[in-house]
Design a protein around this ligand. Structure first.
Ligand code: AHG
Ligand code: MN
Ligand code: MN
Length: 335
């Protein structure tokens, strides 16, 4: 990454100018996420030095133990968005219900809702392994001037106007799309600036990495078991390599750069899968498609699922197009 590269701030202004009559609200949302990402990145980098590793002592609505960093990241992203009065509602993995944001003069006149997983891969915090943040932005469907309702959040992923993730890895990166390709920005922590380091990111159509928690093999559907065996077979460019970090953001990011497939299927233990449709699968699916990849539930396109609940779970097959299609073929043949 060179200092002559464009900064994220410059990039946002440039894109904003391309949409002459836009209000700039979306640009301001991305700007707020950029700021919150820097704050969380700074904190994540100090894990182990200050008292932020370990459990917070509470569970979220999904029965998962909240880590201190889950709670911290949740606060930072939500407060940053609320303070700037630029969204009309926020939904988060860590909050049972969505939050209504009033906007300037308590007007309810902002047009976007944000959904997010503030800290993804939280089981990796204590062991110094990459974690992330995922976000998704929609235009509200209820009338301006009224408080948001659940309906504004339960939109199919095809309606997303922006989605992205932050990865707190060996370096911190912000990767996002507004439906015109995918761009990645790397943070220079010394000066707190994100630079465009990965313009126009693309998923290779084929790859050699499969990412799945194989410890659950015995509980997987037959199609997934068959696909895993296919990946391991000595034939052509196989066997493939297995890589599983256990934080979706990190596994996705590696597969997008190197070519691969990520699968979190249903299992007899988790009949609907584990990952959440609204703030994990939909944003990642939008990014994957914008990068030329594919995302499905094993049969159908993720982005076309009509959500029924805020914290709904779905099986997730995502990555290089031909690999996802191969896995789908095994799913169909096994039914
Ligand atoms: P979160 O930390 O936001 O709850 O998400 C964890 C998710 C996802 O990031 C990861 O891919 C998956 O859980 C790992 O689950 P397993 O430990 O069951 O493999
Ligand atoms: Mn997550
Ligand atoms: Mn999380």
């Amino acid at each position: 990454m060179k200092d002559r590269n464009k900064t994220l701030g410059e990039f946002i202004i440039e894109k904003q100018e391309e949409f002459k009559y836009s209000s700039g609200e979306l640009s301001r949302i991305i700007n707020s996420i950029r700021l919150a990402a820097k704050v969380v990145s700074h904190k994540v980098n100090k894990a182990g030095l200050v008292d932020i590793v370990g459990a917070a002592g509470e569970q979220n609505i999904q029965g998962e133990d909240q880590q201190k960093l889950d709670v911290y990241a949740n606060e930072v992203f939500i407060q940053t968005l609320i303070n700037r009065e630029i969204v009309c509602g926020i939904a988060s993995e860590e909050n049972d219900d969505f939050i209504t944001v009033q906007g300037k003069d308590a007007s309810h006149n902002n047009k976007y809702v944000v959904l997010m997983d503030p800290l993804d891969g939280s089981s990796n915090i204590d062991v110094n392994v990459s974690v992330g943040t995922i976000f998704s932005v929609y235009r509200r469907i209820t009338p301006m001037g009224t408080p948001v309702t659940l309906e504004d959040f339960l939109q199919p992923g095809v309606n997303q106007v922006a989605a992205g993730y932050v990865i707190y890895g060996t370096s911190t990166m912000l990767v996002y799309t507004t439906g015109h390709g995918v761009n990645g920005f790397t943070l220079n922590p010394a000066i707190g600036t994100f630079y465009l380091s990965h313009p126009n990111m693309k998923y290779a159509p084929d790859g050699k990495i499969y990412s799945i928690n194989e410890g659950n093999y015995i509980h997987f559907p037959q199609g997934v078991k068959d696909y895993i065996k296919y990946c391991q077979l000595e034939e052509g460019d196989r066997p493939y390599t297995s890589r599983y970090i256990g934080s979706l953001v990190s596994d996705f990011h590696r597969n997008m750069i190197k070519g691969g497939v990520y699968i979190y299927p249903t299992s007899s233990k988790a009949p609907n899968g584990k990952l959440r449709l609204l703030y994990e699968c939909n944003p990642m699916a939008f990014i994957a498609e914008q990068a030329g990849g594919k995302a499905s539930d094993g049969f159908d396109r993720i982005l076309e699922i009509k959500p029924t609940e805020l914290h709904q779970r779905v099986p997730f097959f995502c990555g290089s197009r031909n690999m996802v299609e191969k896995a789908e073929e095994f799913m169909t043949n096994a039914t």
